[in-house]
Design a protein around this ligand. Structure first.
Ligand code: PLP
Length: 396
């Protein structure tokens, strides 16, 4: 019996050029983004400029985390305490957490069996809020043209959570560039790694100015390169609170070389993703998630469905795979575990009943695909899953 020996949580080391850049920042000691020598441009300001160019946005703000970027975006577009914010039922805890951080309440929208937001359910709920915090959970991008048409017609502002879609696109438009604001995470488990970190992009000068003030810029916003002109700050600099959450130059130095490699990394992720996918196809009882032709994906994780399976059988598959070194996550478990939780485990938000989503989540299996896996690792993992799913399926 084949056993997989790799680690599902081991990312690649930081590239040498990024290590060198980080050491240079430590050698000069000016880690705070506004602590610059006379002619110096901070690494953080350069990162913002480079990321804005990469995704084609006018403005970019680097912040402390992806979660902070989302809460800042919500504040910057005008969400107030007590407001309701539409969001995906299928997402992770930082998303409802960002809504809670501004004192607002989520209105959860169903997930389809293609793992994207259910546009019919969304259409029926658009009158309940002025803002949608759209999570491209696990990299699955819905029909963004249809979603934007719906939201534009209803006057609903869209903020995109691109924690899993940095480097991805819909119909050639980078993820994060359909809505008013795009939010990204630079945390170790995402697509670039500075330990912690976040990026926020927008073309809206007012939103960008507010986000910069919120992030803790004091009156130093003119040191930014990817910021709107000073006029955009004229009024809002007096009325926007400083909610410190800046990124520092050390993290920015780690990230700049990684951004230059992003396209290469995306191609490497996708080779691995499609190797696993190919190995899982045509397994009896297992449904592969088909990706839309308009979707350019980043396959940093893979999902499949064990549709209409008994919970005990799903648990048996998980246990048998784990015994062979393959760590799978399940979104149908009653108790939140590790990084995995579901909408009904966030008890600080109003109780929602989403039977359609429950049916999808009950069979939803999730697996990380770190770049430390070889293609052979990926085909081995797929073989193990296939064998164990087939064995349990035949028994049942
Ligand atoms: C990781 C993550 C975020 C943001 O995460 P931070 O840890 O705050 O950087 C947002 N949304 C989803 C779906 C995530 O997985």
């Amino acid at each position: 019996m084949e056993i997989f020996k790799g680690s599902f949580t081991q990312q690649e080391p930081i590239p040498e050029d990024a290590i060198e850049a980080a050491i240079a920042v430590m050698r000069h000691g000016r880690l705070h983004r506004y602590n610059t020598a006379s002619d110096e441009i901070a690494e953080t300001a350069l990162l913002e400029q480079e990321f804005a160019a990469l995704v084609g946005s006018k403005y970019c703000v680097a912040v402390a985390s992806g979660g902070y970027a989302m809460a800042t975006a919500l504040r910057a577009v005008g969400v107030n305490p007590g407001d309701r914010v539409l969001s995906n039922a299928f997402t992770l805890a930082p998303v409802p957490g960002a809504i809670a951080a501004v004192g607002a309440e989520p209105v959860f929208v169903d997930v389809t069996d293609g793992l994207v937001i259910d546009l019919d359910d969304l259409a029926g709920k658009l009158d309940q809020a002025d803002v949608l915090l759209l999570s491209h959970m696990r990299g699955h991008i819905c029909d963004m043209d249809a979603l934007m048409a719906l939201c534009d017609a209803a006057g609903v502002t869209v903020i995109e959570d691109c924690a899993h879609t940095m480097g991805a696109a819909w119909n050639g438009v980078p993820s994060g560039r359909h809505g008013t604001v795009g939010c990204y995470s630079c945390q170790t488990y995402k697509h670039v790694n500075s330990g912690e970190g976040g990026l926020l992009v927008t073309d809206d000068a007012d939103v960008a100015a507010r986000a910069i003030m919120l992030s803790g810029s004091y009156m130093l916003f003119e040191k930014h390169l990817a910021a709107p002109p000073a006029e955009a700050f004229a009024e809002i600099k007096y009325e926007t609170p400083n909610i410190s959450g800046r990124m520092d130059n050390l993290r920015a130095a780690l990230l700049r070389p990684q951004l230059r490699d992003l396209n290469t990394q995306v191609a490497r992720w996708n080779e691995r993703y499609f190797a696993v996918e190919a190995g899982l196809r045509n397994t009896l009882g297992l449904t592969v998630i088909e990706r839309a032709a308009q979707e350019s994906i980043v396959g940093s994780s893979i999902q499949f469905l064990l549709q209409c399976w008994q919970a005990e059988s799903v648990q048996e598959v998980l246990a048998r795979c784990l015994a062979r070194g393959v760590e799978l996550k399940w979104f149908g478990a009653a108790e939140p575990l590790g990084f995995t939780s579901r909408y009904d485990s966030w008890r600080y938000v109003p109780i929602a009943s989403l039977p359609k989503s429950d049916a999808v989540l009950a069979g939803l299996i999730d697996m990380r695909v770190p770049l430390t896996f070889s293609i052979e690792d990926c085909t081995l993992i797929a073989r193990i899953i296939r064998e164990e799913v087939s064995a349990v399926f035949q028994q049942a």
